[in-house]
Ligand binder design. Sequence first.
Ligand code: URA
Length: 243
Amino acid sequence: MERLQKVIAQAGIASRRKAEELIQQGTVTVNGKVVKELGTKVSSNDKIEVSGIPVEREQPVYFLLYKPTGVISSVSDDKGRKVVTDFFPHLKERIYPIGRLDYDTSGVLLLTNDGDFANTLMHPKHEVDKVYIAKVKGIPTREQLRLLANGIKLEDGLTAPAKTKLISSDRKKNTSIIQIIIHEGRNRQVRRMFEAIGCPVLKLKREQYGIMTLHNLRPGESRELTPHEVKQLRAQSQVKSRR
Ligand code: URA
């Protein structure tokens, strides 16, 4: 038995809070009867509808994909390009990516059909750390890296402070490898941050998302998360939001 608002949120219809509002507004029925009580528990046999539309319920599933470059972080593409769900051809659950990696970025991408879980991890207030390794043009000075660490002004506002580490540099090729840790998830954020300090990104890989790493996976490979990892990811984001 699960709480009604959780089932609605898991189905990806609304956040948990919004689901509570929908229930209180009388738009939710269970087996044909309007239910306004927030504590109501439902089983997998109960038929739930929101505004007359049946809630499709699937077992929640959670995957980690080592996304290769040249793949769209989406479930379909109108130009027929490869999408991340193409790596799960036999899965019957309808999963989707939690956030996005650019077409030309590789690395850790989580996928699920649990809307509640996806919303929790993606909400900026939950501050899940993402670790990236960037190969950039040029060799940034300490001062330039400090700009990233302090937060840098982009066209959509100041970024939250980032942690950066110069891993190596190649004077001949005039390139560097830098680790950068951020918890925001704005569009092309890492690329724009490095662009802003005059060191454009040549290659970008996400090595870690919260506790999840690429350990033992090759590009294009995936694995299911363990129940413990799902719990840890949830707990990690909730602790951060209470800070
Ligand atoms: N930042 C970027 O610029 N690209 C990504 O794919 C992820 C973070």
